[in-house]
Design a protein around this ligand. Structure first.
Ligand code: ZN
Length: 186
């Protein structure tokens, strides 16, 4: 399966709630495979289907040498919070202090339609929250405190990739950014 183009902020698919998966077929397994390959190619620690232009409730991750996928997720969040920088493959090169719950229990399905439960803390918990947000049409800058969000909007307006997207009326392909390799990009 081919590596897909990653959609960048400004593409309406990123702010549209995705549709639940109802058919667990070969097409779905191909989607999971495309997501995995595109995430590894970026490289990133997570990727949600809307980020490759597919508005379905599916995401993949590769965190702490463990990879996986989840379909139609629902999350139980801890009240205990964590601090840390977060990035997104749909916002190349940008990282912001993003508050998240410390622990998550994610319930959903695997690509064969079997129920699965994923428990994560710290980085995996952050990833599961970031990706589930993508499926709800929420991007990580929506989670920032007001001051940080203001800075993010200015950075986005000043970024080459956003300027290019506006000029061309479409979204350019994002390949490797030196800023995201050692930082969590989802
Ligand atoms: Zn993201």
């Amino acid at each position: 399966m081919p590596v897909q183009e990653i959609r960048l902020f400004g593409d309406p698919v990123l702010t549209t709630p995705a549709t639940p998966v109802t058919v667990f077929d070969k097409e779905l397994r191909n989607l999971v495979s495309d997501l995995m390959q595109t995430m590894h190619d970026a490289p990133g620690a997570g990727l949600a289907a809307p980020q490759i232009g597919v508005s379905l409730r599916v995401f993949v991750w590769d965190v702490d040498d463990q990879e996986g996928h989840l379909i139609n997720p629902s999350l139980d969040l801890s009240t205990e919070m964590q601090e840390g920088e977060e990035g997104c493959l749909s916002f190349p090169g940008l990282l912001y202090e993003t508050p998240r719950s410390m622990r998550v229990v994610a319930k959903g399905f695997n690509m064969h339609g079997e129920p699965v439960v994923i428990e994560g803390s710290e980085l995996l918990a952050r990833c599961l929250q970031h990706e589930t947000d993508h499926l709800d049409g929420i991007v990580f800058i929506d989670r920032l405190v007001a001051e940080e969000r203001k800075k993010a909007m200015a950075d986005i307006r000043n970024s080459d990739w956003f300027a290019n997207a506006i000029d061309l009326g479409n979204t350019p392909t994002f390949k490797i950014s030196p800023h995201t390799i050692n930082k969590p990009g989802f």
